[in-house]
Design a binder for this molecule. Structure first.
Ligand code: NAD
Ligand code: ZN
Length: 410
């Protein structure tokens, strides 16, 4: 079963979708948990985006490898994985560089609706192709993903929690720990307290920042942000002067680091201008509007402030994300507080409504653990022995068609 977006802005419909077997360098994944990110909503709404329908959205998820196509050697059925919207081919100049995660082959492509291998979709209904989304299409019980977009993780990690690491959480956290790199005791300003900004705040907390200043236009974000270690709050609307001046006054000349997670060009400029001269570093994460231009006086750079930007928190998805999962397992990083609602997959449209109402950070949509679909849908390769996975209470379950079997009876 999949949730298909037939038209922009219309509720997703539940459909029985045929999923073709994985081809060369592809992996079929049984999705167990998926969460909803604003990017899904933007592309569902398709305002200002290239509309591509019918399409299966979804890109933050956790699942189990069901079968692998030709040439896939480092994954096997039963592996626990996170599909990721941007890939790592491990061969291009970017993948070979320690400094980049912008893979030439598998870098995010929002306009692509088919698989790279043959330019075709693996999803269809009565022979009519359904487009993929970001190479992941996780709003589906089964999906097919390029192996370069699959991070193999610790099988003990709870997929309903770590699924949020496949996008926003890693982006914000990585922006702080990999790019801004605050030293212990330094001050950090976070612009925008949505899921990405709060993940950036989590990065500052883990780095031992002494002061974390949250900046947002929406005061309702402040209460929530306290749980994420944010110590001070600034609403630019409460001040008559530019927010960078307010922050400079609060901190004796500027913060040591700032991370912008809004997508607002004004916030990007303020985030840069609020860092201390001599050593301050500002990191841009938000995606600006197409006609935006960044304007600042060059003297701000001459005065030894550094401006950086990051994509997916500078993480290489296959190499680095498994180690971020380990951080969660070692309790160095908290994820549970990022998940505010859990709904069954059948109520995905409710999740869209909640997201549009701005209520939640991330929603992990809890899937039914049964799969009453036919094995032919995935090329007849479902293997019972591979379909064991851990349940929330630490047991494990094996799946049969239409019926779940707990470890008490197997
Ligand atoms: P969100 O909408 O949940 O949060 C954004 C927050 O910014 C909101 O609370 C909003 O009130 C606040 N805001 C808006 N304008 C502001 C301003 N001028 N000053 C202060 N606060 C302001 O969004 P999110 O899911 O947290 O994502 C944040 C940004 O990160 C988005 O632009 C998203 O597209 C981008 N993003 C980038 C990457 C990447 O790899 N670079 C990856 C994922 C998301
Ligand atoms: Zn590459």
């Amino acid at each position: 079963m999949s949730r298909v977006a037939w038209e922009s802005g219309k509720p997703l419909s539940i459909e029985e979708v045929e999923v073709a077997p994985p081809q060369k360098n592809e992996v079929s994944i049984k999705i167990l948990f998926t969460s909803l990110c604003h990017t899904d909503v933007y592309f569902w709404d398709a305002k200002g985006q290239n509309p591509l329908f019918p399409r299966i959205l979804g890109h933050e998820a956790g699942g189990i490898v069901e079968s692998v196509g030709e040439g896939v050697t480092d994954l096997k059925p039963g592996d626990h994985v996170l599909p990721i919207f941007t890939g790592e081919c491990k061969e291009c100049a970017h993948c070979l560089s320690e400094e980049s995660n912008m893979c030439n082959l598998l870098r995010i492509n929002t306009d692509r609706g088919e698989m790279i291998h043959d330019g075709k979709s693996r999803f269809s209904i009565n022979g009519k192709p359904i487009y993929h989304f970001l190479g992941t299409s996780t709003f589906s019980e089964y999906t097919v993903v390029h192996v370069g977009q699959v991070a193999k993780i610790n099988p003990d990690a709870p997929l309903d929690k770590v699924c949020v690491l496949s996008c926003g959480m890693s982006t914000g956290f990585g922006a702080t720990v990999n790019v801004a790199k605050p030293k212990k005791g330094q001050s950090v300003a976070i612009f925008g307290l949505g899921a990405v900004g709060l993940a950036a705040a989590e990065g500052a907390r883990v780095s031992g920042a002494s002061r974390i200043i949250g900046v947002d236009l929406n005061p309702s974000r402040f209460e929530q942000a306290k749980k994420f270690g944010v110590t001070d709050f600034v609403n630019p609307k409460d001040h008559h002067k530019p927010v960078q001046e307010v922050i400079a006054e609060m901190t004796g000349g500027g913060v040591d680091r700032s991370v912008e997670c809004t997508g607002s060009i004004q916030a990007m400029i303020s985030a840069f201008e609020c860092v201390h001269d001599g050593w301050g570093v500002a990191v841009l994460v938000g995606v600006p509007n197409k006609d935006d231009a960044f304007k600042t006086h060059p003297v701000n750079l001459l005065n030894e402030r550094t401006l950086k930007g990051t994509f997916f928190g500078n993480y290489k998805p296959r190499t680095d994300i498994p180690t971020v999962v380990e951080k969660y397992m070692n309790k160095e990083l908290e994820l549970d507080k990022f998940i505010t609602h859990s709904v069954p997959f059948s109520e995905i449209n409710k999740a869209f409504e909640l997201m549009l109402a701005g209520e939640e950070l991330r929603i992990a949509k809890r899937w039914s653990m049964l799969f009453p679909c036919k094995s032919e849908l995935v090329g007849g390769k479902v293997r019972m022995e591979d379909l064991k996975f851990h349940t929330a209470d630490g047991g494990w379950m094996a799946m049969e068609y239409g019926r779940s079997v707990s470890n008490d009876s197997v």
